[in-house]
Design a protein around this ligand. Structure first.
Ligand code: SF4
Length: 191
């Protein structure tokens, strides 16, 4: 719902904090996810994610969430699905040149990012092209997998931080092996 999407941007700070909490929870649940099998829980978790994020962000389930880098404004709602800023056709009143009934998602992204500590700097991060193989998959599970992979690689220390769950997968490549799921995140927070 469009009104709820705008509400999420207005409350980007609180939602981002929630996502950081979710990120920590996902990190702790990696053992359980691994024991059950990531592929086995992929569909039910993705279904929950679709409902929750669909309501809050009009999530399109790209599988590579970047919400913490876009002020909780989903870039996949851009009619051109631009993930690295506006196209240049933004109207003077901040609405989209393709659909004048909606505000440019990047205008909203900047507003939301201003409410998140470090949010505007996060917007400067280059987002990789969408990996269509991840469409429909859970960004949350990707974050859980990747955070723990990073933790293992650093000998148990905390990885990056900063909204891994919502930044899931910007740097993602081919489906991961080992834990049995595809995808990944670029180290943000689950939104
Ligand atoms: S996963 Fe995140 S970036 Fe991708 S469509 Fe959903 S809300 Fe948007």
């Amino acid at each position: 719902m469009y009104a709820l999407r705008l509400w999420s941007v207005r409350h980007a700070r609180g939602l981002n904090a929630c996502y950081r909490g979710l990120e920590a929870a996902l990190r702790r649940m990696h053992g359980l996810f691994s024991a059950v099998g990531y592929e086995r829980i992929e569909r039910p978790v993705a279904a929950v994610e679709r409902v929750v994020k669909g309501a809050l962000f009009d999530c399109r389930m790209c599988g590579q969430c970047v919400l913490s880098s876009t002020g909780m404004s989903c870039p996949m709602n851009c009619p051109k699905t631009l993930r690295n800023g506006p196209c240049g056709g933004v109207r003077d009143d901040g609405t989209c040149e393709v659909d004048p009934h909606i505000r440019c998602v990047w205008v909203e992204a900047y507003r939301g990012s201003q409410r998140i500590p470090g949010g505007v700097q996060a917007m400067a991060q280059m987002q990789m092209a969408v990996d269509q193989r991840l469409h429909g998959r859970s960004s949350w599970l990707s974050v859980a997998r990747e955070l723990n992979a990073a933790k293992s690689a650093t000998g148990g220390g905390e990885s990056g931080g900063g909204g891994a769950a919502t930044r899931v997968a910007a740097t993602r490549g081919a489906p991961a092996s080992g834990s049995g799921t595809s995808g990944g995140s670029r180290g943000g927070a689950p939104a």
